[in-house]
Design a protein. Sequence first.
Length: 170
Amino acid sequence: MRLLGLLVALTLLPAAAHAQGGPPGCKTPMHRQFDFWVGEWTVTDSAGTTVMGRNSVTLEDGGCTVHEHWVAGGSVPNTGQSLNAYDLGTGQWGQDWVGSGGDVLHLRGGLRDGRMVLEGEAKDPAGKLLRQRVSWIPQPDGRVRQLWETSGDGGRTWAVSFDGWYRRTP
């Protein structure tokens, strides 16, 4: 009989939560840590002279998902998307990226000293496993610097793969 009561209570729990304004969703301070990246952006080099691409970063799913839509500049533009979310279970942020060139990247990490730092591993075209570290660094003037570094020696040394400066598009 106790089991039946527990099952009934668990069945009614979602309805009760909905009646009280819905589930809590993603409203914790941890869920808001990546909101600085949300917006419409023109991405340039550090001097602001060469347009590397455009990025639309939206907050979706009731504030649970930071969704990136990337379009690279240049004569052969490529595109990509990432889904970013804070995982309460692991206490980490995760990003899953898919690009039009077939590249897939899974990154995990979190906020460190005011910057979002996510890391993962991916193979290069030759099959060599490379460590990836991507940092999003908010600037006092409202820009965001995205610094992508790659290591082929397990993280002892790093080389810059991408250094883009996000400026809000008017």
